[in-house]
Write a protein that binds this ligand. Structure first.
Ligand SMILES: [Zn+2]
Length: 464
């Protein structure tokens, strides 16, 4: 393996901390270390036998639906400025272009064809061991704040968390619901609410070792749902079907403006959370990733989940924390690496072949993934009114500059990969994709199919 876990001994953390507030950090760390094994934490488990728990915090942040090309100083100035204190990955590829399957990969360290979650609406099986379960077992206090229904407890993503906040405030049309507590159907929340809950979760955690997962949903459709009017996928479909597509160009302009407003809101709110983490004295690793991107008209497509184009799988990723030197990394990385990095930050053993520590030296390695699966053949509506037929499995492989997509039957080169490189590798690719399909056979995770879930999935554009 090219990497090894980077442990965080008390002695080195202060001087190599984030580069901010290191005096406060040093003082407080000495006090924390002096206490030895802290109350409430089981420092044993697989964290290192009888060694006292090193006080630390790990914060894993998921930015749903955020494209790589929006993670720029122009669009997200605050977050990009903070990311520059750590390692930024310009070529991070999401394992899938759908919310639940990518989160299942990040949580389990298993690709979709092994963990069985290949579309939204499936339940991550209880026997899967998640990051939160491993961290909890190692003595971490574990909390999560999630921003949309696909990550709510019925789908099993709450495994291993002491507290899992999944109360949402907004309805299917993007409007605010007057109080989830009053029973109104609500399926997602925006960044101001998520940030407030994340800050409250930090206030509430007192164990010496803490793990917080925060999920932001702002970049997901409805677009522009910050109070100035919003556009949902259902509205877009109505315009295309009922108005013959005449207003589609104007609508697309609104969609782009709405998406960018949502990204700006996310930037402002994320900055508040990252500022707080920087100020706190507890040595903190922050691992930020996106679960997939979004097509915004490229190729006549809006949305995500059905394709493996660059807009849908190439997404932002960065890591901050003690000892993480500022650097921009071009090596391709993926969702499995996010999993391995969180384990390594905690000093827990990595599983060979299940991702690399993004803080360590990275040797090139192929990155694989797939698009969502379909229960039955699916007809998708394009912006020009054409309908396209989607069925079967489709995988991708990134190797260096090359990106290949396909299955056991046919493979193609994408994102400008030369045809001669495809010709050289076609046989190997078909074999590899065929192997992934065979591994998935019989592993499909169970569907969650109650009325509330069907309603939520329709509201969020995942089902019709
Ligand atoms: Zn998502």
């Amino acid at each position: 393996m090219p990497t090894s876990p980077v442990r965080v001994p008390c002695a080195f953390a202060p001087c190599q901390a984030l580069g901010h507030g290191s005096v406060t950090l040093a003082a407080s760390l000495v006090l924390l270390c002096a206490c030895g094994r802290a109350p409430g934490g089981d420092a044993g488990g697989d964290a290192g036998g009888d060694a006292p728990a090193t006080p630390q915090r790990i914060v894993l942040i998921s930015l749903d639906t955020l494209r790589a090309d929006r993670f720029t100083p122009e669009r997200m100035p605050r977050t990009v400025a903070r990311a520059r204190h750590g390692r930024r990955f310009t070529r991070h590829y999401a394992a899938t272009s759908t919310t639940q399957p990518t989160h299942a990969v990040v949580f389990t360290g298993l690709p979709p064809w092994e963990n069985g979650v290949t579309r939204n609406g499936q339940r991550l099986a209880p026997e899967r061991v998640t990051l939160a379960e491993r961290l909890h077992q190692a003595g971490f206090e574990t909390r999560a704040v999630v921003a949309s229904y696909p990550l709510s407890p019925p789908f099993g993503f709450d495994q291993g968390f002491d507290h899992y906040e999944a109360d949402f405030s907004r309805s299917r049309e993007g409007s605010a619901v007057p109080g989830n507590a009053q029973g109104g159907p609500s399926f997602y929340s925006l960044a101001p609410a998520v940030t407030a809950k994340a800050l409250a979760a930090l206030d509430a955690m007192h164990a010496p070792r803490q793990f917080l997962f925060v999920h932001y949903f702002d970049a997901h459709e409805p677009y522009g749902d910050d109070g100035a009017g919003s556009i949902s996928l259902a509205q877009i479909e109505r315009v295309i079907r009922e108005e013959g597509g005449e207003d589609v160009a104007a609508l697309l302009t609104e969609i782009l403006a709405g998406y960018d407003r949502d990204v700006a809101t996310l930037d402002r709110c994320l900055d508040r959370l990252l500022a707080r983490l920087e100020e706190d004295p507890l040595p903190t690793f922050v691992v930020v990733f996106a679960d997939h991107g979004e097509s915004l008209g490229e190729g006549g497509i809006i949305g995500h989940g059905k394709d493996l184009c660059a807009e849908q799988i190439r997404v932002p990723c960065f890591v901050l924390g003690p000892g993480v030197e500022p650097e921009q990394v071009e090596t391709p990385v993926g969702s499995l690496d996010v999993h391995a990095t969180v384990l390594a930050c905690a000093g827990l053993p990595e599983v060979p072949g299940r991702g690399r520590d993004l803080r360590a030296e990275l040797f090139p390695q192929p990155i694989s993934g797939m698009r969502r699966t379909f229960i039955r053949p699916y007809t998708d509506l394009c912006l020009d009114g054409e309908e396209r037929h989607l069925a079967g499995l489709r995988f991708y492989l990134v190797d260096g500059e090359d990106l290949f997509v396909g299955n056991a039957g046919a493979v193609e080169a994408m994102h400008g990969t030369p045809a001669e490189r495809l010709a050289l590798r076609a046989e190997d690719l078909r074999e590899r994709f065929g192997r992934y399909a065979a591994e998935l056979e019989g592993r499909d995770a169970r569907e969650v199919d109650d009325r509330m879930t069907r309603s939520a999935m329709r509201a969020l554009g995942y089902a019709r």
